[in-house]
Design a protein around this ligand. Structure first.
Ligand SMILES: *Cc1c(COP(=O)(O)O)cnc(C)c1O
Length: 382
């Protein structure tokens, strides 16, 4: 059996260990410290656009704090892209609020501006204006941020960008994570860079970032003893995790290049299979980090479904994964309102993510491609 080819695995650059050793040597083994501050600065510098950054324990925790800071409370409604990982929507339930799911558009696979506006109008008509919009940049592909921000301004509903998968991507030349009123990043083990586990909250509003650090460290009032006037959380990033993050930031541009190269390889070498199309940038305005390379199989081909392809790859120890199952189809979320025309349902039925790690070798990529090609050749012969 060949070595497992993973969907996306951690890829250290080299200096992570030096930062880590420094954390040990200085005994900053705590959820605060110089590397936490340093990592926040590294991220703010990388993202530009005058953003401020709070390094937190996960992307999910970051989203939770974003909702709290925007004042989302029990009974409120929050608009959320349906085609995403459940972590985008779970924090809405943490707050006792109601998720309102919005379908995707075909080109980017992300939130449809059209259905977003339909949903907003309908919710307002029903007597409840949503409190926030959570838009996701799936697999690193930018959502149509110009249109979504225009709608956000017109209806005065703030946007939280879930850029967990999209560090390094740009839309119209601007880094993702700098469009929304707030944005979140994730540094989980499978993301484009990792701190083993971690996240960040981003905003141009410095007060919000200061507030998030306060809430993330148990909301301690300024007093000589422990005094608390609001509910606090233990959501800060540790200095150990941040030390890894600082090393990872040095190789982020390289990681973007490597992930994009994977995608180009797949696209070039699978081009002659007419049943496959790609999750590609719709125009020059989109620049995806291609965190995961995703493909679509032709609708209605019963011989080579995503399951057939996934299982055939699994036989050779190659990990592929169906694209996210939309939230409005999930047992935990299906009771909530949904606005759309079934685009995300359709994408879910025919979409597959291929091995996409920045540490894949040329040989491994070619092996994946050969296996995929074999599936289609065998099926044509039969
Ligand atoms: C990974 C991910 C998250 C959650 O991040 P964690 O750091 O794992 O909590 C949120 N949204 C999306 C789209 C993700 O891919």
């Amino acid at each position: 059996m060949n070595k497992k080819i993973s969907l996306s695995s951690p890829h250290m650059g080299g200096s992570e260990f030096l930062f880590l050793k420094n954390a040990f040597d200085s005994n900053w083994i705590a959820p605060l410290g110089p590397h936490v501050d340093g990592f926040e600065k590294d991220l703010a510098t990388y993202l530009g656009n005058d953003v401020h950054v709070a390094a937190l324990s996960s992307g999910t925790a970051s989203l939770h704090l974003a909702l709290i800071i925007l004042g989302v409370k029990a009974g409120d409604e929050v608009l959320c892209q349906t085609l995403t990982f459940s972590a985008s929507a779970n924090p809405i339930l943490y707050q006792g609020a109601t998720p309102i799911f919005v379908d995707s558009e075909e080109t980017s696979w992300n939130m449809s501006p059209e259905f977003l506006e339909i949903a907003i109008k309908d919710r307002i008509e029903l007597g409840k204006k949503p409190k926030a919009i959570i838009v996701v940049h799936l697999y690193g592909m930018p959502a149509q941020m110009d249109k979504i921000m225009e709608i956000s301004r017109r209806y005065e509903i703030p946007v939280i960008e879930d850029a967990a998968e999209a560090l390094g991507s740009t839309y119209q030349g601007q880094k993702l994570g700098t469009f929304g009123d707030m944005a979140i990043l994730s540094f989980n083990g499978n993301k484009i860079i990792t701190t083993s586990g971690g996240g960040a909250l981003i905003s141009k509003n410095e007060d919000w970032i200061i507030k998030s650090r306060f809430l993330a460290t148990q909301a301690r009032d300024i007093a000589p003893y422990y005094q608390h006037s609001q509910v606090g959380y233990n959501y800060r990033m540790s200095n150990i995790c941040a030390s890894i993050g600082r090393g990872q930031m040095e190789v982020l541009p390289l990681r973007v290049y490597q992930r994009r190269k994977n995608f180009t390889h797949y696209k070039r070498l699978l081009a002659n299979i007419p049943n496959i199309t790609f999750h590609e940038e719709p125009s020059e305005e989109y620049f995806s980090n291609h965190w995961l390379s995703a493909i679509l199989l032709k609708d209605g081909d019963d011989r080579i479904t995503t399951d057939v392809l996934r299982l055939a790859l699994a036989k050779d120890n190659i990990e592929a994964r169906p694209i996210w199952k939309p939230m409005h189809l999930q047992p935990i979320f299906e009771q909530y309102p949904f606005y759309g025309d079934g685009t995300s349902d359709r994408l879910f039925g025919i979409g597959l993510c291929l091995p996409s790690g920045s540490n894949l070798t040329e040989y491994e990529i070619r092996m994946v491609i050969t296996k995929i090609k074999n599936c289609f050749t065998v099926s044509t012969v039969q």
